[in-house]
Design a protein around this ligand. Sequence first.
Ligand SMILES: NC(=O)c1ccc[n+]([C@@H]2O[C@H](COP(=O)([O-])OP(=O)(O)OC[C@H]3O[C@@H](n4cnc5c(N)ncnc54)[C@H](O)[C@@H]3O)[C@@H](O)[C@H]2O)c1
Length: 356
Amino acid sequence: MPCPLESTILITGGAGFIGSNYLWHLNKHHPNAKLVNLDSLTYCGNLANLEGLKNNYTFIKGNICDSQLVNKIFEDHQPNIIVNFAAESHVDRSILDPQLFLKTNIIGTQVLLDAAKKHMRDGLFLQVSTDEVYGSLGPEGCFTEESALKPNSPYSASKTSADLIAYAYYKTYGLPVIITRCSNNYGPYQFPEKLIPLMINNILQLKKLPVYGDGKNVRDWLYVEDHCKAITQVIEKGTPGQIYNIGGHNEMQNIAIVKLLIDKISQLLQEESYAKLANPDKINYDLIDFVKDRPGHDKRYAIDPTKIENEIGWTPETTFEQGIVKTIKWYLDNLKWSQNIINGEYKNYYQNMYGK
Ligand SMILES: NC(=O)c1ccc[n+]([C@@H]2O[C@H](COP(=O)([O-])OP(=O)(O)OC[C@H]3O[C@@H](n4cnc5c(N)ncnc54)[C@H](O)[C@@H]3O)[C@@H](O)[C@H]2O)c1
């Protein structure tokens, strides 16, 4: 059942990293779509990500767990596509406060599903999930949609539960639900506690670069714009009740990423337009600081995206080499964006967690 994007789309968590990129993506490629963004603006929700967004756009500040509000949004706006990005998304924080993750990621999803069941006619509920639901891999093999669900962190356990409840709404009530499970994203507007923006900001400030354990944990990286394109194509061509893995064919060890960022930033700082940002002579591998490993740290994730490639026709377009340079340049060109976060309300937390 093709689901046209020129309709009313409820995006939850649209002020976060992937959600804001997705709103920009829709704004550019589907300007006739009516966009409604429901976001409670937690520490990582940032309306600065959406400055300048226009065309049929409504922002509603609110919590996806608030059933009254969610039902009112469905009554007022009658969305026929829901893309649920809203989540507590940081594994480290889930280790400190699991309950918040269960509330937002599980109960919030169930509240949205319930409202969709009650109000939505002929539409689609897309649950944005993660490869972390499959747990950790050994040195060989990739996760397929058939892989067992073996989440290890409170974050991934909450996302797995959300997937299961979303699927139950499909099976039990016939709600048209699709689940996408994506690998690690990188790109503009990512909150600076996540690996790539954290390292870029620390490198520019000549701060230590904290790397968990031996740095050999492997993640499969995807440029966020490619993720956005995948979501759009799944909405257009996907089959309700199906799960689609989304991955970039791009496995990298954390330590390799950190070294690459050091190399690329040093090179870029030689360019006249960036020369004033930092002294490249002081940027070297000595900044790397191996710190105590994260408890339950998954060793390796890798996605087999054969299903989405064959059934939907999506493939990643941006190589890691291209994507990482675009990403670094975005952070260099938008230093204020990061600085406002690092020096704002987030300052104390950032300093305790990631060094002075
Ligand atoms: N970042 C990744 O690499 C990645 C990879 C795979 C899947 N995902 C999934 O994609 C989604 C988006 O991830 P992200 O990296 O953009 O996260 P993010 O943390 O940057 O953004 C989450 C957004 O959700 C909002 N939010 C949180 N709790 C809310 C609530 N109770 N009600 C309403 N809004 C709320 C926040 O304010 C924020 O704007 C998540 O569901 C995540 O599990 C992320």
